[in-house]
Design a protein around this ligand. Sequence first.
Ligand SMILES: O=C(O)C1=C[C@@H](OP(=O)(O)O)[C@@H](O)[C@H](O)C1
Ligand SMILES: C=C(OP(=O)(O)O)C(=O)O
Length: 750
Amino acid sequence: MADKPSLPLLSDSTVLVIGLGMIGGSLAAALKQRHACHRVLAWDRDRQSLAIALERGIIDSYPDSLELAVDEADILVLAVPILGIGSLLKELVGLEVDWSRKVITDVGSCKQIVLESARNAFGRLPENLVPGHPIAGSERSGVLAANPDLFEAHKVILTPTEQSAEKAINRVTGLWAACGADVLHMDVAHHDEVLAKTSHLPHLLAFSLVDTLAGEKDNQDIFRYAAGGFRDFTRIAASDPTMWHDVFQANRQAVLEALDAFREGLDTLYQAVSSGDSQTMRGIFTRARAAREHFTSMLENQAYLKPMTNSQLTYVAQPGGSVRGDIRVPGDKSISHRSIMLGALAQGVTEVDGFLEGEDALATLQAFRDMGVVIEGPHNGRVIIYGVGLYGLKQPAGPLYLGNAGTAMRLMAGLMAAQRFDVELTGDESLSKRPMGRVVDPLRDMGAEIETMPEGRPPLKIHGGRSLKGVSYPMPMASAQVKSCLLLAGLYAEGETSVTEPGVTRDHTERMLSGFGYPVAVEANHAALSGGGSLTATTIDIPADISSAAFFMVAASIAPDSDVLLKHVGINPTRTGVIDILRLMGADITLDNEQTVGGEPVADIRVRSAQLKGIEIPQELVPLAIDEFPVLFVAAACAEGKTLLRGAEELRVKESDRIQSMADGLQALGVDARPLPDGIEILGGDMGGATIDSHGDHRIAMAFAVAALRASDEIIIKDCSNVATSFPNFVELADSVGFRLKVIEKIRRD
Ligand SMILES: O=C(O)C1=C[C@@H](OP(=O)(O)O)[C@@H](O)[C@H](O)C1
Ligand SMILES: C=C(OP(=O)(O)O)C(=O)O
């Protein structure tokens, strides 16, 4: 990130606020309270507002005439109603003052009209003009509603013109930054369009609804019994009528366009309600609810209030402790992804329980919603998917954003390659670095057309309308994602698609396809299916994720006096490498209550403390424990003797380079850990404290939280937000069984 230029101090500047309404008054109050500038002056036609402002200490003084006020000022803020800007600018141009060192800005909600007014008044766009718009407000108006904290952590959008001088832009930026606001720049036309949708349209609707209902005969009753919904929806109808009148005049075109789109949506809903079309209603309501929830979490992450920021989580793990208790870790991530994909493409309604409400699985869920699939939930792990059939997906309005989820991107690449529409798959910074050639190359062999960034990195631009042909593919690496991608593409391909893997990998795709009634031939490390069939909706009970349980298996093994029961964990034999490896190291693990639920074996897993010993990890177990190695390395660090892992070069292309991230972290704790190109050698010993970088990798972050149980000092783990991708309640659950983890949240400004 480039350093931001330091903003000019305002300490020598006199700021003149013209128009002492709620916004102008709040700005004056904010500057005064923060001693942000030399003096705050104000001018308003209403002398009473000026007197009140002076009396309340919101301004320093108000000169006798506009000319005197302007003459004294270095920065002029025009805070009059938007339709008044034109005449005010004309009045300003006529004043006998030296403009050379003055800067002009405004606070209007529409920016195009400010430029037109400036051109009219000055005959050109002056270089000292920097239009602005604080995204903050209140339904209250007038100077009495002034609030010095109104702009704190709010956005202020500046729309500098091509003529605006850099010095002027910096001064206006400094003015708002001094009030605690986050300042960003936008193009004028874009500003007016965005605001028409996000602010002007909602105000218009609120005014209209209240006015319509107030005009009805039984309006007394309506308002007397008005429930929370009415109150919430119409709060903004109490806003200043003059100001809003001006806004709708000034931004007419953009508002009408937004209103047209809204009317179309309303018509669809009208039709659906009148014909009792539940599918359409459910679709609209579930999509809207999901979008609103997404928006709320964006708000909570300060995305709107504090633009360009997101929170940075740090874990502080106190050393020592025992692990005791019964817990159920969240649902299996691999199965959760697949339940959405197959449920969406099935005929009928699929009901899922135990769904992982973590960001990776939710990214897949959102992607299918974006392709028109109605999905209810998740509510306490329950998801209901109204399948659209293999050919029922619709083209999404924009790229499908898959966050941090490699599984989502690789599996969906196979499905998307066979659709009739074009689609683009994107992801976060980590996913954007991960290799996709491993799926793109064989998909191209099947007839797909996919563009990637250099070296096969995302985004993937997948072209629709290609007919795929089955292939027989010997996979160069043991990867369930590659295998699953090709089998899913194979559903649409002509003839048979078969894959052979160099080592057995997780088989959830094969099992779930069978559960949806799709025949798959499976034999040791070979799987095949033929295109042209269909999927039939089913019910899915997702077990707890063994990859999440693994953190507690290692924790209970290494922490003295521990005894933990992990309930209803998936023990599919293609996933149990972690149990086998820990047992080879001497761990005390017993399975109880073994049963098969919905085609997947599950059990309760009990783990008690044990003295572990170093081992050479058998090759065939590597793909069966691929995600558990970060925490297994912690077990190795606590074991007696040397542990050696080879043949695990895949670890270098996960959410981070897990060999390097773990080696660095363990070395920082004083452990003898030697990274190898395809593995690691770890000599067990004592661990101290340190600050560890998780590189935004959920499993690295959790592994070092486990390490603290045997460290002699505090471990600080940075960049832990992504734990939410696979294990959203990790800290709560860990602390409930004896970890002593604290989370520190810092707002990061990019
Ligand atoms: O198919 C899956 O659900 C997964 C397969 C594995 O990836 P690879 O196929 O890259 O080994 C694993 O690491 C990932 O967490 C989930
Ligand atoms: C590698 C992992 O996931 P993905 O590939 O789906 O990002 C993981 O969860 O450890």
